[in-house]
Write a protein that binds this ligand. Structure first.
Ligand code: MF3
Ligand code: CO
Ligand code: CO
Length: 289
């Protein structure tokens, strides 16, 4: 691309003032043997600002849910809270009708790993651990995050440890990200190591992902390491990291009653935390949390 041409990122800036330096760095890293992300995985400033706005609403929604969760409520009531919030704020649930998913968010209680469907029959009890995962779009941009909540504020020590260690897995991975240095495999390795050190296992069937212009984009973000080259993390990539960590064995199955609910095979607890983040010139910015 010539210096004075408009940059490939869609910024409408001249190449020399936009991604020229970025491309030079990528070329050097490629020579060193790194796998360089495709240009479709790189967002420009306008897109990042759009995703930041969507993330603002997604965070407000999770805050609202955090303040509303209580013993004795059904997970369907959480869905109702979300439905009203989304409507009031001109946001759209990305989950609703996604491959037939019937509700506006996922509520995954105790041995449910992910994709739990809000239900009037699931009543929260003191000491339950629940993951609430919300993905919304605002003005065409997407944000995706999930948090764990302990119903009634207290649970047993083992459950508390699982919730804490799972969050630590996410934070440790995030803290390690340096543009043009860290690879996706580094993320997987850090998560796996911290989970195993604490006697827990990592779910392998579900992973993080690119996000922003739709809910699920390239690349896959695995929460364990693999013996192959994985993408280098570079500025402008917007991804989720969302480790699912099991108290017992890593095996899971999909409940045949609804075709969605993912459960641990051994019935032990599972926890998950998810952030949407953008890789910046000196680290990351967590957008949705
Ligand atoms: N929020 C989930 C994710 O982190 C996706 C939910 S898909 C649904 O990728 F269909 F279950 F809603
Ligand atoms: Co999610
Ligand atoms: Co996600």
């Amino acid at each position: 691309m010539n210096d004075n041409e408009l940059c490939w990122c869609g910024s409408k800036k001249e190449y020399k003032d936009c991604h020229k330096e970025f491309d030079i760095k990528c070329a050097l890293k490629e020579k060193e043997g790194y796998l360089i992300p495709k240009k479709t995985m790189i967002k420009n400033e306008n897109q990042i600002e759009g995703i930041r706005k969507a993330a603002f609403y997604n965070n407000a929604l999770l805050d609202l849910i955090e303040n509303s969760i209580h013993e004795g409520m059904s997970t369907d009531e959480i869905d109702v809270i979300a439905t009203n919030f989304l409507k009031e704020n001109n946001c759209i649930s990305a989950d609703y009708h996604y491959e037939g998913f019937p509700k506006h968010l996922c509520t995954s209680v105790n041995d449910v790993v992910c994709h739990g469907i809000p239900s009037k029959r699931v009543i929260l009890k003191k000491g339950d651990i629940i993951n609430v995962d919300t993905t919304l779009s605002y003005n065409g941009y997407y944000a995706d995050a999930s948090r764990m909540f302990i119903v009634g504020g207290e649970t047993n020590e083992k459950a508390q440890k699982l919730v804490r260690v799972t969050k630590e897995c996410l934070i440790k991975a995030e803290d390690a990200i340096k543009p043009f240095e860290t690879t996706l495999n580094d993320i997987g390795r850090i998560i796996e190591k911290h989970a195993h050190k604490n006697g827990f296992s990592v779910v392998e069937e579900f992973c993080g992902h690119g996000v922003g212009l739709s809910m699920h984009e390239d690349p896959y973000v695995l929460h364990y390491s693999v013996n192959e080259k994985t993408y280098l993390l570079v500025p402008g990539m917007v991804i989720t990291i969302e480790p699912m960590i099991n108290q017992g064995l890593k095996g899971i199955y999909i409940d045949s009653n609804d075709g969605w609910t993912v459960r641990t095979k051994d019935k032990k607890l599972s926890a998950q935390w998810e952030h949407t983040l953008v890789v910046t010139n000196d680290g990351i910015e967590v957008l949705s949390k």
